[in-house]
Design a protein around this ligand. Structure first.
Ligand code: KG4
Ligand code: ZN
Length: 358
C-alpha cells in the first residue's frame, strides 16, 4: 500500500511516499527556518503563505523522487492538527483535493501521533505496552500506549514545551534560532555543573513537566551575573557555554527522570523518544541510560525524522487506514486536536478547575 503523507502544521512543508507503513520511498521537506529566522520564531501568517506557495511542488517532488506517478498512490494521510490554523488548512485542503481528484481514500492524522510513528522506520517493531516521550517546540507529553492506536497522557507540560524553552533561552543568550541545535552546540564545551537549577515541583503531585520557572531562573542568572548576549557572528564565551550546558542538563534531567519513574510503575516493553528535541544527543544518552537500567529498548527516530516530516504522518495514517478508518470531505484543521483515547482523565481534572491546558 502506497501512502502519500502531507505535513504543514508549522514551518515545514513536507510530503512523503511510504510503502506498507514503514518503508520510505521519498521524504521531501521544505523548511521555512530562513524565512522566520529574522523574527526569532515562526510568524503564522508568513508560514501559511509559504505553505501555499510550496505545497504543490513539494508533493510533486515526493512522487517523482519515489519513482511513481500519482495514479499509483493508494491513499493520502494529512496532518489535521494540532498546529497553526492557516498552516494546517493548506495541507488539509490540498490532501482533500488530491484524494478527491484521484478517487482514493484519505485520513486526517494527529501530528503528535505522527511523531510516535517516526520511530517505525529504523527500529525493530514497537512492542506494546509502550511509553512515548514526545518533545518538540510545541509539545511535551509522555504517553502510555497499551496497544497500537490507544493513548493515555501520563505527563504534560504545565507551561512551556521543552523545545520552546530551548528556543527562548537561546534568544536570551543571543545564540540564534532555532534554539535547540545552538544550545546543544554551545553546551558541548560547557560545564553542566556550573549553574545549579532546582527541579520544578508540581504542587498537586502529578507527574507533569514545567519549564517556565527554569526559563525565569536562566533570565535571573543572566541579569545577576551581567552576562551580555552574543552579537551576530560572535562565539559564546565560557559563561554562556556553562549556562547552556547547565540549562540543557536541567531539561534533560526533568524529562528522563519522569519517563524512568513512570516506566517503573507501568512496565512498558518499549520506550520511544521522538519530536524535534529528540535530536539532542544529551537527551538520547540519558534516555539510553534509563532504558538500560530498566532493561527495555528505547527507539529514537533518525535525525531527518526527528523534526517535522511527512513520512511519520504517512506511517501513522497507514495504521489508521489498515483499521479501516477514513476521513470524509468535511474534515477540517483542528488547532487543538488531542491525542488521548484511553483512560482519559480530562473531565476528572477539569472538575478540579485546573488552570493549565489539558
Ligand atoms: O518537532 P519539531 O520540528 O516541531 C514541532 O512540532 O514543534 O520541533 C522543533 C523544536 C524546536 O523547539 C527546536 O529548538 C527543538 O525542536 N530542537 C532541539 C534540537 N533540535 C531541534 N532541541 C534540543 N536539542 C536539539 N538538538
Ligand atoms: Zn512536530
Amino acid at each position: 500500500m502506497l501512502v502519500l503523507g502531507i505535513e504543514s502544521s508549522c514551518d515545514e512543508t513536507a510530503a512523503a511516499i511510504v510503502r506498507d507503513g514503514n518503508l520510505i520511498l521519498s521524504s521531501e521537506i521544505y523548511s521555512q527556518i530562513d524565512l522566520h529566522r529574522p523574527y526569532g520564531g515562526v510568524v503564522p501568517e508568513l508560514a501559511s503563505r509559504e505553505h501555499l506557495a510550496r505545497i504543490r511542488a513539494v508533493v510533486e517532488r515526493a512522487i517523482a523522487e519515489a519513482g511513481k506517478d500519482a495514479d499509483s498512490i493508494d491513499a493520502v494521510a494529512v496532518t489535521q492538527g494540532p498546529g497553526l490554523v492557516g498552516a494546517l488548512l493548506v495541507g488539509v485542503s490540498f490532501a482533500k483535493a488530491f484524494a478527491f481528484g484521484l478517487g482514493i481514500p484519505f485520513v486526517g492524522v494527529n501530528h503528535i501521533e505522527g511523531h510516535v510513528y517516526s520511530v517505525v522506520f529504523d527500529n525493530p517493531p514497537i512492542e506494546f505496552p509502550a511509553l512515548a516521550l514526545i518533545v518538540s517546540g510545541g509539545h511535551t507529553n509522555l504517553f502510555f500506549i497499551p496497544e497500537e492506536g490507544k493513548y493515555k497522557v501520563i505527563s504534560r507540560t504545565r507551561d512551556d514545551a521543552a523545545g520552546e524553552a530551548f528556543d527562548k533561552v537561546a534568544k536570551m543568550l543571543g545564540l540564534g534560532y532555532p534554539g535547540g541545535p545552538v544550545i546543544e552546540k554551545a553546551a558541548r564545551s560547557g560545564d553542566a555543573s556550573k549553574v545549579k537549577f532546582s527541579r520544578a515541583k508540581i504542587s498537586d503531585g502529578r507527574p507533569d513537566f514545567s519549564f517556565s520557572g527554569l526559563k525565569t531562573a536562566v533570565a535571573r542568572h543572566i541579569r545577576e551575573n551581567s552576562i551580555v548576549p552574543l552579537g551576530p557572528g560572535e562565539e559564546p564565551g565560557r559563561e554562556i557555554r556553562d549556562l547552556a550546558a547547565s540549562f540543557q542538563h536541567a531539561v534533560v534531567g526533568s524529562l528522563v527522570t519522569t519517563m524512568e519513574k513512570t516506566a517503573v510503575d507501568l512496565n512498558p516493553k518499549t520506550l520511544i523518544v521522538a519530536g524535534g528535541v529528540a535530536c539532542n544527543q544529551n537527551l538520547r544518552e540519558a534516555a539510553t541510560g534509563a532504558a538500560s537500567r530498566l532493561g527495555v529498548p528505547v527507539y529514537f527516530p533518525t535525525r531527518h525524522l526527528s523534526t517535522d516530516n511527512a513520512a511519520m504522518i504517512a506511517a501513522a495514517g497507514h495504521a489508521h487506514l489498515m483499521r479501516g478508518e477514513r476521513s470524509d470531505l468535511s474534515l477540517t484543521a483542528d488547532v487543538t486536536l488531542r491525542l488521548q483515547n484511553f483512560e482519559n482523565e480530562d473531565s476528572r481534572l477539569r472538575s478540579k478547575r485546573v488552570r493549565y491546558r489539558l
